[in-house]
Design a binder for this molecule. Sequence first.
Ligand code: HEC
Length: 101
Amino acid sequence: MFKTTALVIGLSLITFSSTAADAARGQTLYKTCIQCHGEDGRGNPDQEAPRIAGQYDWYIISSIEQFKAGVERKNPKMLPYIKNLSSTDIEDLAAYISKMK
Ligand code: HEC
């Protein structure tokens, strides 16, 4: 039941993001991510932070939501930087990151 609800919410987020996400706002929000994922999203081996540039927006959204929930995926290092992000923040970040080359 919970999973179905989560899926429905997830799918509506994705539909919403394709129309309304603001990549320019995402770029501003991305400043806190640079120390680990790099200015260009290429990742940083010293931080064990993966490349995220050019990743699909829906995958970025679902990853961040999972880390935020801390059940399926856990990442104590990144958590402080994502725990207060709203759904809109996450969508805007994903719009920006997915366009990185
Ligand atoms: C303190 C370092 C750190 C900061 C800051 C950080 N991350 Fe991460 N991030 C990581 C690490 C480490 C992983 C890999 C965790 C794992 O898979 O277990 C990760 C994983 C991810 C993933 C999943 C990648 C994949 O392929 O599954 C995404 C998306 C992501 N981060 C986005 C962000 C965004 C957006 C921000 C800024 C709001 C951010 N991160 C800030 C360290 C960080």
